[in-house]
Design a protein around this ligand. Structure first.
Ligand SMILES: *Cc1c(COP(=O)(O)O)cnc(C)c1O
Length: 390
């Protein structure tokens, strides 16, 4: 089955009522048939649900769909994207281990590497997303994994996954890819040599700004380790959120195609606007890794970022002049959203760290929604006019 079909048709559980859509299993625990059944489940001799912190049929269905879409054997779903990132490290890293990470990563992941993991003796080296020799140079005898985001949030840097995959293979390292911005509709990192794929399902996967969630996808062997950590630390996804996310997956391909089409048209028109200094969109020719983005990504995605003429003050005027676009910290919603990373998602970084990952004071990130293209363009353009007034 192709992605569009399996995201709709994969349905694991059938109740005696024969529902056409997927039932929701709101239960904390499961009744055992008898003492022997209970013993066998706890001893891992028999498959089955014990307690919803471990597994739940609604959660399993979401995981199974994500595994099929990302072409992995197994997965574990979490309450948020950050719970997925942290559970991966909690499961796979030990005191004294070292990580090599792309410097252009999500603000909270950066915080995890710089402030939280060092408490347990785990240290991270950062490398620029295009510095492949730098990745090799940063590898130490204690390095366990390489972590990247592509496209990155919010800078839209593209990492060559095939090239990095070869480097990781050569040095026996795990390649972990945060695939939040692309979704499996646009790129499947496993096909390029990644070992573990992480998602914040809160973004495009939910796609309607209503649910938080995350997922870790990999081999049976690695997910067993993740379960060993996560089942006992409790970052599990709620069955209700899993049910919402399974439903959201049914329209993922359709939504991503439309978000990408709207974003590509908006990018083309913004690129020639006099108030726009530089524009970045993966499938637009001004992107520094345009050729790579064309090769690695089936579509350009829904995020457009640009540098407004007039820096910080013009950026703030632009945001205040928007009438339809929302000012909110989320992305990947049906509603178009404008954000200012320097004062929001990446405010936790020092100004120097922000500059090193290409976030300037005038950077505006647009998450292009599913409204009519002309309504999005009209609002963005009138706000650009206002931003340039004295
Ligand atoms: C939002 C985001 C996360 C964190 O996800 P939450 O669901 O908010 O915890 C991780 N990575 C990227 C790229 C994100 O955009």
């Amino acid at each position: 089955m192709r992605d569009e079909t399996l995201a709709i048709r994969l349905q694991n559980e059938k109740s005696p009522f024969g529902e056409h859509s997927t039932p929701l299993y709101l239960t904390s625990s499961y009744a055992f048939e008898n003492a022997e059944h209970m013993r066998a489940l706890f001893a891992d001799e028999q498959e089955g649900n014990i307690y919803s912190r471990y597994s739940n049929p609604s959660v399993s269905e979401f995981i199974d769909k994500m595994c099929r879409l990302e072409k992995t054997e197994a997965g574990f779903a979490t309450a948020s994207g950050m719970a997925a990132v942290f559970s991966t490290f909690g499961a796979l890293l030990e005191k004294g281990d070292h990580v090599v990470s792309c410097s252009a990563i999500f603000g909270s992941t950066h915080k995890l590497f710089t402030e939280i993991l060092p408490k347990w003796g785990i240290h991270t080296s950062y490398v620029g997303s295009q510095d492949y020799e730098g990745f090799e140079r940063a590898i130490l005898p204690t390095t366990k994994l390489v972590y990247v985001e592509t496209p990155s949030n919010p800078g839209l840097d593209i990492v060559d996954l095939e090239r990095l995959g070869e480097i990781c293979k050569k040095h026996g390292l795990l390649l972990v890819v945060d695939n939040c911005f692309a979704t499996p509709i646009i790129q499947k990192p496993i096909e390029f040599g990644a070992d573990i794929v992480i998602h914040s399902a809160t973004k495009w996967i939910d796609g309607q700004g209503r649910t938080m969630g995350g997922v870790i996808l990999s081999t049976q062997e690695i997910i067993k380790k993740v379960e060993g950590f996560a089942r006992h630390t409790g970052p599990c996804l709620s069955p209700f959120n899993a049910w919402v996310l399974s439903k959201s997956l049914e329209t993922l391909a359709l939504r991503i195609e439309k978000h990408s089409a709207n974003a590509a048209s908006l990018a083309e028109r913004l690129a020639i606007h006099p108030a726009v200094e530089t524009l970045k969109y993966p499938h637009f020719r001004t992107h520094p890794q345009y050729a790579l983005a064309k090769k690695q990504m089936r579509l350009g995605g829904g995020i457009v970022s640009f540098e407004i003429k007039g820096g910080l003050s013009a950026g703030r005027k632009f945001l205040d002049a928007l009438q339809m676009l929302s000012l909110t910290a989320n992305l990947g919603d049906t509603r178009s959203i404008a954000t200012h990373p320097a004062s929001t998602t990446h405010s936790k970084l020092t100004p120097e760290d922000r500059a090193s990952v290409g976030i300037s004071d005038g950077l505006i990130r647009l998450s292009v929604g599913l409204e009519h293209l002309e309504d999005i363009v009209a609002d963005v353009f009138q706000a650009l006019e206002v931003s340039q007034k004295k």
